[in-house]
Design a protein around this ligand. Structure first.
Ligand code: MN
Length: 177
């Protein structure tokens, strides 16, 4: 049976894309559109990994990461944070909140899947040995090689598809102001 991944993301297109991508790699993806439901859904679903959007209405991903890491039942579940863009200090704030991994949009499909499998493997290793104090931070700052052919999905993820318009862009503008 595939490992279970809870995907917390308010942007419907990103949510569908992440879930489709995970299912294509034989993970069981469970979508959560409203961050306010994330804790309850995590308790019910018992995920092996949580993918957490940071920019969300009502409750930020950073707050949710802190809540999850403060919960005795859920704190060992690795969290991969996803940010709309990598601002200076974002990575540190995400690490401080307790996330094990971090990728910034635009996200390459390959890097996304590698980050997911890497975090799951690291968590399995840690579970077998010491308590998790893992920092498997994904370096999202390194661009993919220019020669790499991009799939439709990857182009979609990089925001070149006009359908890839979400609240994140609005939120980015707000944050920059
Ligand atoms: Mn968002």
């Amino acid at each position: 049976m595939g490992q279970k991944i809870l995907v917390v993301e308010d942007n419907e297109l990103n949510l569908k894309l992440f879930c489709d991508l995970l299912r294509a790699h034989d993970y069981l993806a469970e979508p959560v559109r409203d961050g306010r439901e994330a804790m309850t859904r995590a308790r019910d679903f018992r995920p092996d990994l949580i993918i957490m959007d940071i920019q969300m209405p009502y409750i930020s991903g950073l707050e949710l990461i802190e809540q999850l890491k403060g919960d005795d039942d859920l704190k060992t579940v690795p969290i991969m944070a996803v940010t709309a863009y990598a601002a200076k200090g974002d990575e540190q704030r995400i690490r401080d909140a307790g996330a094990e991994g971090y990728v910034s949009k635009p996200i390459s499909v390959i890097r996304f899947v590698e980050a997911v499998s890497g975090l799951l493997e690291a968590a399995a290793r840690n579970a077998a040995t010491a308590p998790a104090n893992l920092v498997t931070l994904v370096d999202a700052s390194v661009p993919p090689p220019p020669s790499a052919a991009k799939s439709d999905a990857e182009v979609f993820l990089e925001g070149r598809d006009p359908r890839f318009r979400g609240d994140d862009e609005q939120e980015e503008r707000e944050e920059e102001e």
